[in-house]
Design a protein around this ligand. Structure first.
Ligand code: PBG
Length: 316
């Protein structure tokens, strides 16, 4: 009877699998702080996507791991059509993977200083918003050309959605959608990700462009700006510490909403499970339901394939 009256359902179709792509062939490197997650070469990304697709997952998001010698202060490698993420998405499409391909649009994976854009000469400002926008537009077109279906700007530069939308349309990619990381907090919960993507800022922090965790209403302003600029979907990130924000946004917009269970949230659950302090599978499932109950249409989680396999493609 409880199933008959259950008010929330999650299926594998609601989940998005993030993966880290490193250069090379047939090699993987485990991320210590994220048990079960590895940096993968493009061929192994395809293998992992086949496993996810078979389990019923319908979307993936790629992050590039750029070798140190390819990083520079403006993130030139982000515009290379043969970089890690572009190569991996081409391989996936060639291999017949029929999943929605989402690209993370940011410079922090490509800059030597690890910040999300071009640094302003006046160090008090840190990142030059408007100069970075030009680079983001070019990077978005590079991703669309490589075959990404959805571009997900995650750098929190003002006006990104408008600029990226215009650039995509101009280059003939009017069907490429934008999933904006509209509400992204400057969070300690990204810690393990920075090991995974090798993208920790070399100095300073991201408080100049990411949001202050003391602010809830500001999220609604950020989201409304991105909606007005043409975002097709909006994201709240991190997930679990910001469920209030997600629920408020659900009331404020009719756009599809995504919640990101970030690296630190995943790491906490895995660590507690490893110690026998939590039932890992149950706690993971419960957290995924929390996002959905709070109003998320889709949930980005490193556990996507495991959850789908455990559910045998049915209800999570
Ligand atoms: C890039 C980006 C980050 C994450 C997603 N995209 C790192 C950051 O902003 O520092 C974090 C994802 C995670 O922690 O799982 N800007």
């Amino acid at each position: 009877m409880r199933d008959l009256v259950a008010q929330t359902v999650v299926t594998p179709a609601n989940l998005v699998l993030p993966l880290f792509v490193k250069p090379g062939k047939n090699s993987s490197k485990p991320v210590n702080s994220m048990p079960g997650v590895s940096q993968l070469t493009p061929d192994l990304v395809v293998k992992e996507l086949k496993r996810a697709q078979k389990a019923g997952i319908k979307a993936f998001l790629l992050f590039g791991v750029t070798p140190a010698d390819k990083k520079d202060d403006v993130g030139t490698h982000a515009l290379n059509p043969d970089n890690e993420v572009c190569t991996a998405v081409k391989r996936a499409k060639d291999a017949g993977i029929e999943m929605v391909a989402i690209s993370d649009l940011c410079f922090c994976e490509y800059t030597s200083h690890g910040h999300c854009g071009v640094l302003h000469e006046d160090q008090r400002v840190v990142v030059d918003n408007d100069e970075t926008l030009e680079g983001l537009a070019a990077q978005a077109v590079n991703h669309a050309r490589a075959g990404f279906d959805v571009i997900a700007p995650s750098g929190m530069m003002d006006n990104t959605v408008a600029v990226v939308r215009a650039a995509l349309d101009e280059e003939g990619f009017s069907d490429t959608a934008i999933l904006s990381y509209a509400v992204k907090y400057a969070s300690s919960f990204y810690g393990p990700f920075r090991e995974a993507a090798e993208s920790a800022p070399g100095f300073g922090d991201r408080k100049g462009y990411q949001m202050d965790f003391r602010n809830g209403r500001e999220a609604l302003i950020e989201a409304a700006l991105d909606e007005a600029q043409g975002a097709d979907m909006l994201m709240v990130k991190p997930g679990m510490p910001y469920l209030d924000v997600l629920a408020r946004l659900r009331d404020a917009t009719d756009l599809p909403l995504a919640a990101y269970q970030v690296s630190g949230e995943y790491a906490m659950l895995k660590a507690a499970a490893k110690n026998g302090w939590l039932d890992g599978e149950k706690a993971m499932r419960e957290s995924i339901y929390a996002f959905r109950r709070a109003g998320a249409d889709m949930i980005l989680t490193y556990a996507a394939t495991d959850l789908a396999e455990a559910a045998r493609g049915g209800i999570i």
